[in-house]
Design a protein around this ligand. Structure first.
Ligand code: DGY
Length: 376
């Protein structure tokens, strides 16, 4: 059945398709200021490649698409054939995008970094606390009318203070999560990443000095040699890798078996980084082990048995879901498309927050294949 679309600024001279409704107004203002007519799909169904191609119709200039859509080489070729010159994912992650295929079709691919960092890290922390302190289980117990009086042994969980947090993939989000756990719970930090995160290590060293100066115990940040070392050492392990061939099923049955019996595993990166069937089995046979998941291997489906486990806390891919972040993502995605369509350069600074207010941006905030396409 064909989907409902809302058209904004129909007199605009360039046509931009937005495959889902986006929050806020600034993103639309940016596209309208770039003289675009903007067509927004109102359906919450995931659009297929054929749905999207059908909407290209006789011609389209740019698209803002979703992480749930398969932006493969064929779709980018169709976009280019329809006159398309710009695409932005409404996400920082772009494992749903065939970037080589887009580059071959001459299409710049935008993403939305920098506005999800703390928000996603905060959700990883929320899942850690919920899992470790059994918040969801206890909530269900209360709502079920089972609380008949305080007991010394009721819903005992984990204490975080002074324990060790482990980060796998210590980029922006991983480091932000690490800092929350170090600063909030005075945890030691171990991490595995291909590259050292010197900024994080130096922050933790300075923070440790501050703690010691106030008569508290020091904390340490250490980059370990391997993922296995992190899994063996940490009490809480949080995954912050990209998803590609090298990270698919990075956490499988054998790696789960390295973790402490009562460890907590958090995933707010991409579902397939964990072998979810192996996790179900591990959680079933290790009741003291906890997992907090924002993402799922076959999203939106869950592997059989996952939802039956009390030691698993599950939320529907909402780690970036704060109003500020989701509006910021919309702004960055729109600015990516509008800037490319107007021939503006690609931003080369780290800080994209400058795009979130003030004048209409005259840069594309983040184009992942800018180098390959010779854009600067
Ligand atoms: C992303 O941006 O990659 C998140 O998964 C969704 O916000």
């Amino acid at each position: 059945m064909s989907k409902q679309w809302t058209v904004h600024n129909p007199e605009g001279s360039q046509r931009v398709i937005v495959t889902k409704e986006l929050p806020g107004d600034r993103w639309l203002d940016i596209l309208v200021a770039a003289n675009c007519s903007v067509e927004v799909c109102e359906s919450s169904d995931v659009l297929t490649g054929d749905d999207i191609k059908e909407r290209f119709g006789g011609g389209v200039d740019g698209v803002i698409g979703q992480l749930t859509e398969d932006w493969n080489a064929d779709l980018f070729a169709a976009l280019a054939a329809a006159g398309g010159r710009a695409y932005s994912n409404y996400a920082v992650g772009y494992n749903n995008v065939d970037v080589a295929g887009a580059t071959a079709a001459g299409i710049p691919v935008g993403n939305t970094p920098g506005v999800l960092t703390e928000t996603t890290a905060e959700m990883a922390a929320a899942l850690t606390l919920a899992a470790g302190r059994r918040v969801v289980e206890a909530d269900r117990f209360m709502r079920g009318g089972h609380y008949h009086g305080w007991l010394p042994t009721m819903y005992m969980g984990q204490r975080f203070h002074g324990k060790t947090v482990g980060i796998i993939g210590c980029g922006r989000i991983g480091a932000a999560f690490g800092r929350i756990m170090v600063e909030g719970f005075k945890m030691h930090l171990v991490y595995y990443d291909l590259y050292p995160n010197e900024r994080l290590e130096s922050f933790v060293a300075d923070y440790s000095e501050l703690l010691v100066a106030h008569g508290e115990a020091p904390v340490m940040a250490t980059r370990l040699e391997s993922i296995d070392d992190v899994l063996r050492t940490a009490d809480v392990v949080s995954l912050h890798t990209v998803l590609d061939e090298s990270t698919t099923h990075l956490i499988d049955a054998s790696r789960l078996s390295l973790m402490k019996e009562n460890a907590i595993l958090i995933n707010s990166s991409r579902g397939p980084v964990i072998d979810e069937a192996a996790l179900v089995e591990h959680c079933r046979t290790h009741p003291d082990f906890k997992a907090g998941l924002d993402v799922f291997e076959d999203e939106p489906a869950m592997k059989p048995g996952l939802a039956d486990l009390d030691n698993v806390t599950i939320v529907p891919h909402i780690a970036s879901a704060t109003t500020w972040t989701r509006q910021g993502m919309a702004t960055l995605a729109a600015a990516n498309v509008a800037a490319i369509l107007q021939g503006y350069p690609v931003w080369d600074g780290e800080d994209v927050l400058t795009f979130l207010e003030g004048d209409v941006p005259k840069f594309a905030p983040s184009i992942v294949n800018a180098g390959e396409l010779g854009l600067s």
